[in-house]
Design a binder for this molecule. Structure first.
Ligand code: GAL
Length: 827
């Protein structure tokens, strides 16, 4: 097919009204989507020995399931798993999927396409015995045209997908296995907007006006040339803002690129606080009939990375307070679910997070949609390695053949998202110190720039040359001798370092002409609800240099007093203090927002999931969440910890994170034990007091007036369970979720902070239990079971709605405790 880049430029102010696609009265879009979800009624078979599709097709032992699906999460944790602890000790393997379906006769003259949002990994697809192709990369979307091989009418079609994730290890960190993202069936006319066929950018953005540029690629698969009317309409919510129509000829079997510019008056800008979105609908009309409609969501905003002021969004300086997220969803594994991603983002937003780094791969499209809607500054990352491997069977083996296509597809797929501001072409790439790395970086940057010049390109690098490093450990002493060829190559628009926060303040001296972003920081470790007192470990606090890789605890717990960190990282407070201090530092992405499966530190059995999250694997915040909340939000915070169950007389360190106040007074059983205030750049206050059972109460005050009070009480023995659903009403769509927290309480209703009871769940009604999790990195109980051991008083159960309205009744019970039941309505 040849590409006719026949640029047709027009400039139209509030537009030509057409009746074709719109309800004339309200101007509402009456949009018919060309894709429908193709997720239900798939067959699955896990078998390492059957290698060809003819044999598998004769197989009769299929299990029926709905997508998205991750088979690894269904397996048992395996100390000997070839995936290693880095991969969460969960096995890969070779899986087969099959789906049978009919296509109506009237679609015979249309194009029917199957669209996969991501299959991990090495997928191969057949339709009715015809081979369609292979895609090694598990994180990128792809599609195949099924039309030439389809049966129409009553005859059945058979689609087979082979997924080969058997060679391990191949990913840092847990990858999941299978068709783990959505699948769609798309029906279009032979004349249609190409896959990812629109590119919307904005310029000259002020509060008065913005110029919207639309580049639309129209594909003509007819054997004859076509003359079509292309109608482009911009909507803000349901209101038509501007439109433009144009008649164009499109040659037979050719692509036609159409360029248009539309002025939007008084645009409502996209920002973190108000992520306002616009949509454009492209309508193709032939002989007064609509043949294709294509919707693109975009935002209008302007931004720059300033050498002195960091990130400027719509003229306002915004510090990027971001987190890195790995793609798994805790107990749900890597099978994506929009509500599960939304919940993660809501929890992070609650802490004040305004940025997400998609470490280290292209994310599910739904994550980017949510970041657009919820207001996050996204760094969209492409690769964790280039030509040189990080793990034995990783993507490096496909690099030569696939990297250009994979990167190009990612940019095409993602470039309309207003939430994306930075493209990252790689994370800690082994070639970063060599000339070879420079050549690759330049090539990748050129691929990106050809498709999008509106964002900056970076790479997440390790410390570069000539840093002024003092007060430093051996680790960074060494970095003086590193030659980070990438950083100095000019291939990057913004310098991104991982860690090395000690070097950040020297950035302007070393790179006076390139802005800065801390692409990855911190890597502090914590187990939720587990405490060792900093004053007990004062010699090694705040940095445990004597225990660099380990927690030091035989039971693989890590204290939650922000006192343990990876040798290359820092405590949470240390890095934030630096980022906060210097305007020219645009911001940071902390490793990580949530715990993820794999990469436990210590890197050894029995640990199987990470300790780096500010929020644990179940979604329960660790204490340091509130440090960030006190710094990053306007909410009034007074967070007091640890719990109040210790040995009588034992000396206990008590910390408080607070804001909006100038002092905090602590009372033990009604008696004041002292007033504390943060001094200088302090981010918390400390008391050290002998334990006495009862009530510990903190009172924050401003100018003598009480701002907030917080209490912690000594818990007695566990007596009852309490269920609390994040949402009591969910949608009857077969997908929606309710995340239910189980708390173990004493007879007075106080959370028992060290209760680790095993809890059993049962569910009545049209729904399913699809995940259980306590956030414990050493638990080997299945996330897919119906019972689970709590960690430090808490456990999570995830309920999925069926597709019928009704009521669900969830009961949690545990030996010797009063059980609890909650009702969830499905509407
Ligand atoms: C970084 C790496 C991440 C993760 C992290 C843990 O070096 O980019 O993938 O391993 O360390 O601290």
């Amino acid at each position: 097919m040849k590409n006719q880049n026949n640029f047709l430029k027009i400039m139209i102010f509030i537009g030509v009204i057409s009746a074709f696609a719109f309800n004339a009265k309200k101007g509402k879009p009456e949009f018919t989507s060309r894709k429908t979800k193709f997720n239900t009624g798939w067959n699955f078979h896990l078998n390492d020995s059957i290698k060809d599709q003819d044999t598998i097709n004769k197989n009769t032992t299929w299990r029926t399931l709905n997508l998205p699906h991750d088979w690894s999460i269904e397996g048992e944790f395996d100390e000997k798993s070839p995936a290693g602890y880095g991969g969460g000790a969960l096995n890969g393997g070779l899986g087969w999927y099959k789906k049978t379906f009919k296509i109506p006769l009237e679609n015979k003259e249309k194009i029917t396409t199957i669209v996969f949002d991501g299959v991990y990994r090495n997928s191969q697809v057949w339709i009715n015995g015809h081979y369609l192709g292979k895609r090694p990369n598990g994180f990128i979307g792809f599609q195949y045209d099924l039309s030439p091989y389809l049966n129409y009418g009553d005859k059945i079609n058979e689609l087979i997908v082979k997924v080969d994730n058997s060679k391990q290890p191949n990913s840092r960190w847990y990858s999941g296995s299978g068709i783990f993202r959505n699948v769609w069936l798309q029906t279009t006319d032979k004349l249609h907007v190409e896959q990812w066929g629109t590119y919307v950018t904005t310029s000259k953005v002020t509060s008065k006006s913005a110029t919207v540029h639309l580049e639309t690629t129209i594909k003509n698969q007819y054997a004859a040339s076509k003359s079509a009317t292309i109608l482009t309409t911009i909507f803000k919510n349901d209101t038509k803002v501007a439109s433009v129509t144009q008649n164009i000829p499109i040659a037979a079997n050719a692509n036609q690129v159409l360029n248009q510019e539309i002025i939007v008056k008084n645009p409502i800008l996209w920002s973190i606080e108000k992520p306002e979105l616009y949509t454009t609908i492209t309508t193709i009309v032939i002989n007064n009939t609509i043949v294709d409609e294509y919707k693109t969501t975009f935002g209008i905003r302007n931004f720059k990375f300033d050498l002195d002021k960091g990130f400027i969004l719509n003229g306002k300086q915004v510090k990027i307070k971001g987190v890195c997220m790995h793609h798994d969803l805790g107990p749900l594994g890597s099978a994506i679910n929009t509500r599960a991603i939304e919940r993660q983002l809501e929890i992070l937003k609650g802490m004040g997070v305004n940025g997400i780094r998609t470490s280290h791969n292209p994310p599910a499209p739904e994550l980017l949609d949510l970041c657009d809607k919820m207001g996050f500054i996204v760094m969209d990352e492409a690769f964790d390695m280039w030509k040189k491997a990080k793990t034995k069977y990783d993507y490096s083996q496909y690099w030569d053949q696939w990297h250009a296509k994979d990167l190009q597809d990612q940019i095409l797929r993602d470039r309309n998202h207003p939430s994306i501001f930075i493209w990252s072409i790689g994370n800690e790439i082994p070639e970063q110190w060599s000339e070879e790395g420079v050549i690759i970086a330049k090539e990748l940057s050129a691929i990106v720039k050809k498709l999008d010049t509106t964002r900056l390109v970076t790479a997440a690098m390790n410390p570069a040359v000539n840093m002024n490093i003092d007060e430093i450990t051996l680790q960074f002493e060494k970095s003086k001798t590193y030659f980070n060829a990438l950083a100095t190559s000019g291939a990057l628009d913004i310098i991104g370092y991982n860690y090395a926060h000690q070097t950040f303040e020297y950035h302007q001296e070393n790179f006076p002409n390139v802005p800065f972003i801390a692409t990855e920081t911190t890597s502090a470790l914590e187990t939720r609800g587990h405490y060792e007192f900093p004053s007990d470990t004062i010699k090694v606090w705040p940095v445990r240099w004597d225990l660099p890789f380990t927690t030091g605890n035989a039971d693989y717990t890590v204290s939650a007093f922000d006192q343990v960190r990876a040798p290359w990282g820092s405590t949470h407070e240390a890095t934030w203090k630096v980022i906060k201090k210097y305007d020219f530092l645009a911001g940071m992405y902390i490793w990580t927002g949530f715990d993820y499966i794999g990469e436990p530190t210590p890197y050894e059995w029995p640990s199987i999931s990470s300790y780096f999250g500010i929020v644990d694997l179940a979604g329960f915040p660790k204490d340091v969440y509130y440090m960030y909340q006190s710094e990053w939000t306007d909410k009034t915070v007074l967070h007091l910890f640890p719990h109040w169950n210790w040995k009588e007389g034992q000396n206990v360190d008590v910390w408080a994170y607070y804001n909006n106040a100038d002092a905090v007074e602590l009372f033990l059983n009604g008696k004041s034990v002292g007033v504390r205030s943060k001094k200088g750049d302090d981010l918390h206050v400390i008391w050290s007091i002998p334990f006495q059972a009862g009530t510990l109460k903190a009172v924050s005050r401003k100018n003598g007036k009480i701002v907030m009070e917080t209490e912690i009480k000594t818990a007695k023995t566990p007596a009852l369970l309490k269920l609390t659903a994040d949402r009591n009403t969910i949608n009857a769509d077969g997908n929606d979720l309710s995340f239910v927290t189980v708390a173990i309480l004493d007879a007075n209703g106080v959370l028992v902070p060290n209760a680790n009871n095993e809890i059993e769940f049962s569910l009545k009604g049209n729904g399913k239990i699809i995940g259980v999790c306590s956030g414990d990195p050493v638990s080997h109980e299945s996330y897919k079971g119906t019972k689970h051991t709590a960690l430090n008083g808490k456990c999570l159960v995830v309920i999925q709605a069926g597709d019928q309205a009704g009521k669900l009744e969830l009961t949690a019970s545990a030996k010797g405790l009063q059980s609890s039941t909650t009702t969830i309505t499905i509407k």
